[in-house]
Write a protein that binds this ligand. Structure first.
Ligand code: IGP
Length: 260
């Protein structure tokens, strides 16, 4: 079993366990009572002229192990905001990324930036959770679902008023994303099945993304030159995690990456 399948399985188990505390019906009611979310804020942050920065909060990852041992996530979130991040991506997956819904909520309270709930979505329950924890957007990984399921999840996000970042890795997945109606498409430079990173992947696939879609280049961004390359290919946004999480001064590192 590859790691992605393992993460999807864990996600399913996790969601099942959580439903023992808050049932699917209860959670749906909570989400409904809140009214529509502010997915628009995520969308317009990515649409700003020039490349936008989605800065990630993650303590660990299955490919790198522990990335940030002391993990001062609130300080990091504030540093991101102060240094001009456009959005924050916050991992909530507990086993491999050592994230949690509580971390997400605390960051949500602290900063005003639009936030992406980064998790392995395998059921609508998790989308309702995203709405209830105050997310502006949720992650949908194409390789975890078929096109019909993706279309249904996109519709559910629409009902909740949250945006969806639809993550792809190759041409076929981009086709599925477009045909299911994705508005925001991410191309991951990292292959989640074997963790190999090919920084050219997002650039190579750039022209497969229809012009009306928002295009996010994900993973493996290390230097201002990398960001420049993504500007050149017309990426609407870059999703950056490890480089910022390992930085001694995340605000300075973000500023230097943003410099044109
Ligand atoms: O740390 P990096 O290489 O900058 O990558 C960030 C982000 O793209 C990566 O964390 C990611 C991309 N897609 C995901 C799906 C699930 C978990 C994590 C991810």
């Amino acid at each position: 079993m590859n790691i992605l399948d393992k993460l999807a399985d864990l996600s399913r188990e996790w969601a099942k366990r959580e439903q023992e505390t808050v049932s699917a019906e209860e959670l749906r009611e909570q989400a409904k009572a809140l009214g529509k979310g502010n997915g628009e804020a995520f969308l317009s942050a990515l649409k700003k002229p020039g490349i936008s920065f989605i800065c990630e909060i993650k303590k660990a990852s299955p490919s790198k192990g522990l990335i940030s041992p002391d993990f001062p996530y609130l300080k990091i979130a504030e540093a991101y905001e102060q240094a001009g991040a456009d959005c924050i991506s916050c991992l909530t997956e507990p086993e491999y990324f050592l994230g949690s819904d509580d971390i997400f909520r605390e960051v949500r309270e602290k900063v005003n930036l639009p936030m992406l709930r980064k998790d392995f979505t395998v059921c609508e329950y998790q989308l309702d959770q995203a709405r209830v924890m105050g997310a502006n957007a949720a992650l949908l990984i194409v390789s975890l679902m078929d096109e019909r399921t993706l279309a249904a999840y996109l519709e559910h996000c629409e009902e909740l008023g949250i945006a969806a970042l639809v993550e792809t890795h190759d041409e076929e997945e981009i086709r599925t994303a477009v045909s299911a109606g994705a508005k925001i498409i991410g191309v991951n430079n990292r292959n989640l099945k074997d963790f190999s990173v090919d920084f050219g992947n997002a650039a190579r696939l750039r022209d497969r993304i229809p012009p009306e879609c928002i295009y996010v280049a994900e993973s493996g961004v290390r230097t201002p030159e990398d960001v420049q390359r993504l500007r050149q290919i017309g990426a609407d946004a870059a999703l950056i995690g490890e480089t910022l999480m390992r930085a001694e001064d995340p605000a300075e590192t973000l500023k230097s990456l943003r410099r044109q």
